[in-house]
Every structure is written in C-alpha cells, then in structure tokens.
Design a protein around this ligand. Structure first.
Ligand SMILES: N[C@@H](CCC(=O)N[C@@H](CS)C(=O)NCC(=O)O)C(=O)O
Length: 211
C-alpha cells in the first residue's frame, strides 16, 4: 500500500505528479498545513521533520522529494521516469539535487524570511535578495530548456515534475513568467499530460484554475 502525504501547492507536488505519472496504485492524503496537522504527534511520528511530502510504503517511510521520486521511478520502470544509462542517470541526479538543494531554499527566503533571521527589520532584505536569486534560478531553468522538449532532453523524467513546482511558485508571487519563453512553452506541454492535469486539479493549482 502506497500513501503520499502532500499539501496542495507545496513542493510535494513533485512527488505527487511523479506518482500519478508512474501508474502506481496509491492514495493521496492532503495534510492540513494551515491547521498545523504536519506538526501534530501522529504526523511527526511518521516524519519527525514535520514536512511534506512523506511517502508511506506499507510500514516503511520515505521523506524528501528526491528520494521519493527515485523510489517511484525505480519501482515502476515501465513508466520511464528516469534515464537508464549511467551518464543520463548522473545528470538526472544532478538536476534533482540542484532543484532541491539550491532552487527550493531560495523561495523559502521569500516565503519564510523569518527562517533566516529573527530580526524583523532584516527580513525585507532577506526577502528581496531571495526574489532576485529565485528569478535568476527560473531564468537558468529557462536557459536549460533551450531547444529541449523536457528538462533533460527528449525523455520526460521526474525532474520535469519537480521543475513545475518552481514555475507555479513564481506565478504565486507574480513574477513575469511569460518572459521565460522556453519555461512557459514547456509548462504548456506539461499541462497536456493527463497525469499532470489530474494532480494540478486535485491540488487546485492556479495553473489550471485561475485564482
Ligand atoms: N527538502 C524537502 C523539503 C520539504 C519542505 O520544505 N516542505 C515544505 C513544503 S514545500 C513543508 O512541509 N513545510 C512545512 C514547515 O516547514 O512547517 C523535500 O524536498 O522533500
């Protein structure tokens, strides 16, 4: 039995899309983050960091998008969500690591500047520098997509599921996403995938549902 604990609009969307694309039989459980469900003892017993996503596979728990996506891609190879050659695999890990370790924390600076300084007077500067760096990261993704159908080239991979999170977040803070021609054209291709649409609809994303 596979259960994904996710929060609509959060980074867990990367794992959510991956699972839907994999064809796995799974249950998606929304965690009420606004009500602090992720900090309650029952959730912390499963994921002591109190974050989404969490994947439960029978009695085992996997945390971190990168690990969950790896597990799903490897468990359902027929879905072709990961490169098969070693060099391609290394590039896939490289991309996922960058998205997780570098791009995601930039948005956290914008969304939760208090995580970076307790000094309230310093928080607008954290937010502002976060915005600049986040926009630069989105521009880098746009650049990476030059002449490519998917993030890694011809094959759709879990990296695409991950990259959609950051496009969605950019829109939430009203960044001029249409300036990013490759990223926007890729987003339109993503929206043509039934699994992606299903997840976005379930999560009530602005990408399929105007705010
Ligand atoms: N590196 C982790 C990041 C997980 C994470 O930061 N999740 C956020 C949502 S995007 C969360 O649960 N935040 C709740 C909190 O920190 O209170 C991953 O990729 O799974």
């Amino acid at each position: 039995m596979i259960t994904l604990y996710y929060a609509p609009g959060a980074c867990s969307m990367a794992s959510h899309i991956t699972l839907e694309e994999s064809g796995a039989d799974y249950e998606a459980k929304a965690v009420a983050m606004m009500q602090g469900e992720h900090k309650k003892p029952e959730y912390l017993a499963m994921n002591p960091r109190g974050k989404v996503p969490t994947l439960k596979v029978d009695n085992d728990v996997i945390t971190e998008n990168v690990a969950i996506q790896y597990f799903v891609a490897k468990s359902f190879p027929q879905a072709n969500l990961a490169p098969k050659d070693i060099l391609g695999e290394a590039r896939w890990i490289s991309m996922n690591s960058w998205l997780s370790n570098s791009v995601h924390p930039l948005f956290t600076r914008i969304f939760r500047p208090g995580n970076f300084t307790e000094d309230e007077a310093g928080q607008p500067a954290v937010k502002e520098s976060g915005k600049k760096a986040y926009w630069a990261a989105l521009q880098e993704i746009d650049q990476i997509l030059t002449g490519k159908q998917w993030i890694l080239g011809a094959q759709f991979t879990t990296s695409d599921a991950y990259a959609l999170v950051f496009y969605q977040w950019g829109g939430r803070i009203e960044m001029p996403l249409t300036e990013l021609k490759n990223y926007t054209a890729w987003k339109d291709r993503m929206l043509q995938r039934p699994a992606v649409r299903k997840v976005l609809e379930r999560e009530q994303s602005w990408l399929v549902k105007p705010a």
